[in-house]
Design a protein. Structure first.
Length: 171
């Protein structure tokens, strides 16, 4: 019998597949008068995290797993659980994140790992926490081959029980 986490992962993948199919159908229709506005978010949000302990280290590992994914639906299922709700609830923000920050990481995710088969083999060189008001930021710098340490910024997410979520990436 599948675990709760496996079921939630499958649901996230199905939701992304539905979104992808809806987008394909809307693009397929040649009659502009019959098009329905695509108001669905770029990613569906899930209140139950895919992660076990939500530590920044686990988030980084899953972020690198997402970068390795060849299939967009698999990639998006991972990112839905990792990105901050302020990004997820705005399709243009998701598009910008994927087009710029994440695209770069997809081309060089191996540079951050000592062992390419183990996504937890990264090295944190420095951490910088900024506690401000209600929400805190945490900037973690990862060691990379052929470049200076690069930051990944997390912020507490009020829509996910104040858990850390990725707000920006310079990887």
């Amino acid at each position: 019998m599948p675990t709760k986490t496996e079921i939630l992962q499958h649901i996230a993948k199905l939701e992304q597949d539905i979104y992808t199919l809806r987008k394909m159908v809307l693009e397929w229709d040649d009659d502009p008068a019959s098009k329905i506005a695509d108001t669905s978010p770029a990613f569906t949000e899930s209140t139950t995290p895919l992660l076990s302990d939500n530590s920044p280290e686990e988030l980084i590992s899953h972020f690198l797993i997402a970068a390795k994914q060849q299939n967009e639906a698999d990639r998006d299922a991972h990112l839905t659980q990792l990105l901050h709700s302020s990004i997820l609830k705005h399709p243009p923000a998701v598009d910008s994140f994927l087009r710029f920050s994440f695209k770069t990481l997809q081309n060089r995710w191996q540079d951050y790992l000592a062992n390419h088969a183990d996504t937890s083999s990264f090295t944190i060189t420095r951490q910088q926490r900024n506690d401000r008001g209600e929400l805190s930021d945490l900037r973690i710098y990862l060691q990379a081959t052929h470049r200076s340490p690069c930051p990944l910024t997390f912020q507490q997410d009020p829509l996910n029980d104040m858990q850390w979520r990725i707000i920006s990436s310079s990887l």
